[in-house]
Design a protein around this ligand. Structure first.
Ligand code: PA5
Length: 358
């Protein structure tokens, strides 16, 4: 990790300091990721679902915190996906959806209008459907239609249910024949995450990687770069920093960013305080690593701070979850440094309420 000119932030990032801004216990939900993975496995296995072989693959339809599970699941499968797996964040499902496609409609609340529209259009096209939700209209419609429902526990912010969403997507992948069942890998990954929770959590020393990183990003607009397996993780970091720390953050991916965003960094100092975070995968190809090295060097002089992080773990699911955990913790620490409550996202609720009146 290279820290060019990190902003010194004197604040302690202890459990007590986080608790001051976090009355709804978002930190606790992040620290419980290992247990949530195990609970999610149990829930997905207990849900009444059919083995539906869908030769055209899987579409995961959802928005925001409910869509990211599908994207992370796809990354964790990597080359083991044997059929197309596509994540849609929109009002509709792809035009190529057929009765031979499985559509997993993922909505924590069960009330998201885009996802409800996808549920209906999947039904109109005769696609196989599965739902993952806590309830709402989505659960009501699914029950009326005899569509299997994977139930989620209530009481989370949607984005904090990420373990449940990843496991549900992976379970449906296996059921529809789009990839192998990863049950034992997920179980091992949960134990691996427990070690990382200790290493990066609030009881770790003040100079732990997660706390140092939050201090380095404090007061800047982070720009997160992923490559391959880490692309959806970079997006998860962006959205967690947006929603938990309530501040701008952007993400992009290599190699594409070398063909546009790299040039934009030349003017970074003139328009703001931007920091760069590169999410490397320990299993990335040498060429991708060389590209990331060079890109990092070329950006570093124009960034307020620059960080290079690497996935931890053996399997792809361990590696994905390692950096998801780190990003989630960093976003809560950043919220603490900024003195903002990481829980409610009032502006998102206001927008949904305003749209509902139109
Ligand atoms: O994190 C959030 O709260 C949002 O991104 C929601 O996940 C998004 O608005 C969709 O809502 P839901 O997850 O209830 O379908």
């Amino acid at each position: 990790m290279s820290d060019v000119t990190a902003t010194p932030a004197a604040h302690e990032l202890s459990r007590e300091q986080v608790a001051r801004v976090d009355p709804s216990g978002q930190l606790g939900d992040v620290l419980a990721l290992p247990d949530q993975l195990r609970d999610a496995l149990w829930r997905a296995e207990s849900a009444i679902m059919q083995d539906w072989d869908t030769s055209a693959g899987l579409v995961v339809a959802g928005m925001g915190g409910s869509a990211i599970g599908g994207a992370l699941a796809r990354a964790a499968l990597g080359d083991h996906a044997s059929r197309p797996i596509f994540v849609t964040r929109a009002y509709g499902i792809p035009a190529w959806t057929t009765p031979d496609t499985m559509v997993l409609c993922a909505s924590y609340s069960g009330e998201t209008e885009e996802t409800l529209a996808c549920y209906e259009s999947a039904g109109a096209l005769g696609a196989k459907r599965t739902v993952v939700t806590t309830g709402g209209r989505l659960a009501e419609m699914a029950r009326a239609d005899g569509v299997p429902v994977i139930p989620l526990p209530a009481g989370f912010q949607p984005r904090a249910a990420v373990a449940y969403m990843i496991v549900a997507a992976l379970e449906v992948v296996a059921l529809c024949g789009a990839g192998p069942r990863l049950t034992s890998e997920i179980d091992v990954a949960a134990s691996h995450l427990e070690q990382l929770v200790t290493e990066w959590g609030p009881d770790a020393p003040e100079d732990s990687l997660a706390k140092d990183l939050a201090r380095g990003l404090f007061g800047t607009t982070p720009v997160i770069a992923g490559a391959g397996l880490t692309v959806p993780i970079a997006y998860r970091w962006k959205t967690q920093i947006n929603e938990n720390a309530k501040q701008p953050c952007f993400s992009h991916e290599l190699p594409e960013l070398d063909h546009n965003e790299l040039a934009g960094w030349e003017g970074a100092h003139e328009v703001g305080r931007f920091s760069a975070v590169f999410l490397d995968d320990s299993d990335a190809t040498p060429r991708v690593k060389q590209r990331m090295d060079l890109t990092e060097q070329m950006i570093a002089g124009n960034a307020v701070a620059s960080f290079r992080l690497e996935t931890r773990g053996q399997t792809a699911i361990e590696r994905v979850l390692s950096l998801v955990l780190l990003g989630d913790l960093v976003s809560i620490y950043l919220a603490t440094l900024r003195g903002v409550d990481p829980g409610p996202v009032k502006v998102l609720d206001d927008l949904k309420a305003a749209l509902a009146k139109l």
